[in-house]
Ligand binder design. Structure first.
Ligand SMILES: C[C@H]1O[C@H](OP(=O)(O)OP(=O)(O)OC[C@H]2O[C@@H](n3cnc4c(=O)[nH]c(N)nc43)[C@H](O)[C@@H]2O)[C@@H](O)[C@@H](O)C1=O
Length: 173
């Protein structure tokens, strides 16, 4: 796993402007393939800062990972060390697309939901786009429950960081 200090996420924020920590929801079933136990992981936002490190960790542990990322703030560059790994599958798409969400959850026994618009500056600069992403978590969790296969779900959701109403009004006018 590459050192955390060696990578820069798609959009860096100054340290003082970093977002607050995420909260997490968790739900695992191990898959047995020819007697070897491994997990089939689905990772939304897997090309992001946290997601790419997680992908590297899981692949190094012998798991498989399917990454669904719209590459809005993430980058394939973050995954350059594992792009050729036989255990990784990449799907470019948004979590707002139920079909895309279902396609990566199918067959997964663990879901890591890391896709989100995070960062104070990003949200302040484009609050409406950020808000439109919130239903994505519902799409993902709905699709996961409907699939009925995933026994372990880790969902990270960004804190609700909103600018003052008058700031939003100025931005959209
Ligand atoms: C501490 C650390 O904390 C944060 O790291 P992070 O939480 O990993 O955030 P990120 O932006 O690197 O990853 C989010 C991923 O999510 C993808 N993404 C978004 N929206 C959809 C979406 O709607 N669909 C899909 N499929 N992917 C999406 C997006 O393309 C990206 O790949 C950063 O503030 C970072 O700067 C930092 O310092």
């Amino acid at each position: 796993m590459a050192g955390l200090g060696t990578r820069r996420p798609g959009r860096r924020l100054q340290a003082s402007r970093r977002p607050q920590h995420h909260c997490a929801v968790i739900l695992s079933r191990t898959t047995s393939l020819q007697g070897i136990h491994h997990h089939e992981n689905s990772s939304n936002g897997g090309a992001g800062f946290n997601g790419s490190h997680l992908s590297e960790y899981l692949l190094a542990a012998g798991d498989h990972v399917t990454v669904l990322d719209d590459l809005s703030t993430g980058s394939l560059e973050n995954l350059r060390g594992v792009l050729d790994h036989p255990g990784i599958r990449l799907v470019e798409g948004t979590i707002l697309d139920r079909t895309a969400a279902e396609s990566v959850i199918a067959g997964a026994d663990r879901l890591f939901h890391l896709a989100a618009a995070v960062g104070v500056m990003l949200i302040v600069e484009d609050p409406l786009t950020s808000l439109r992403q919130y239903p994505g978590t519902e799409v993902v969790l709905d699709a996961t429950v409907a699939a009925g296969e995933c026994g372990y779900c880790v969902a990270f959701q960004p804190p609700m960081v909103l600018p003052e109403p008058r700031t939003v009004a100025r931005m959209v006018s």
